[in-house]
Ligand binder design. Structure first.
Ligand SMILES: [Zn+2]
Length: 240
């Protein structure tokens, strides 16, 4: 059944709200304002999807969540940066699509957790058009950091204040963050969110993205094993 986005948009704030959640106007934050929520059954499990309007960018982020979150500790969380090419078209240039699906699967298996889908984060914040230009530069030999710099951008211009506020709005008490990026963990902590631990969230490399993943490890501090050894596979690693 397709998601009836038009139906949701016509009845903002009123279509669906879990019984134990306060009214939306009780949730005013500096960066985000809670919008409507709806039930979202997926091939990975049953979730609730909640919209959050980002005042600083004028764009909506999505929280896809399940289980009781209010006051919950060590909640499995993935803060996922939008990647149209990877998430939707199955691009092999990055690891975004498989990371997103793995996060939904892990949360569904745990029975509780949140994926925050950060829109406006294409190409680590440079936008989809600039990301395509960066891809062409990468095909000419630059790595992902060099390409962003050549186009006049910072290597990473994403901001995560909205993500922290969304988690606080959902009532999450502390987080177990599925990420290979220590910077993302620090960014959430700087917003006053308690991040108890980092859960490695690694996808096996393919020939198209091996250099990209190596650059993330060598130049951007990502904690990646970059092998297909059993020890590095999330599926085989023991879970808490
Ligand atoms: Zn991607």
């Amino acid at each position: 059944m397709p998601l009836q986005t038009d139906d949701v948009a016509m009845k903002p704030e009123t279509t669906f709200r879990p019984a134990n959640e306060p009214a939306a106007d009780a949730h005013a934050h500096a960066h985000v304002r809670r919008g409507p929520s709806a039930r979202l059954p997926t091939e990975h499990g049953d979730f609730t999807i909640s919209s959050y309007f980002d005042r600083s960018t004028g764009i909506e982020h999505m929280a896809i969540h399940c289980g009781e979150l209010v006051g919950a500790r060590e909640v499995l969380v993935r803060v996922h940066s939008e990647c149209l090419t990877g998430d939707i078209f199955g691009s092999l240039r990055c690891d975004c699509g498989p990371q997103l699906r793995l996060a939904l699967q892990r949360i569904s298996a745990a029975g509780r957790g949140v994926v925050i889908y950060m829109r406006g984060h294409e190409g680590r914040g440079i936008g989809i058009d600039e990301k395509l230009r960066a891809y062409t530069l990468q095909d000419q030999g630059l790595d992902t950091v060099e390409a962003n710099l050549a186009l006049g951008h910072a290597p990473d211009s994403r901001r995560f204040e909205a993500a922290a506020e969304i988690l606080q709005d959902l009532g999450v008490a502390s987080v177990s963050l599925m990420s290979n990026n220590p910077i993302k963990l620090l960014a959430l902590q700087q917003q006053g969110l308690e991040v108890v631990q980092r859960e490695p969230h690694e996808i096996d490399a393919n020939p198209e993205n091996a250099a990209y993943l190596a650059t993330k490890r060598e130049k951007m501090g990502h904690l990646l094993a970059l092998s297909s050894s059993p020890a590095s596979s999330p599926a085989s690693r023991s879970r808490r």
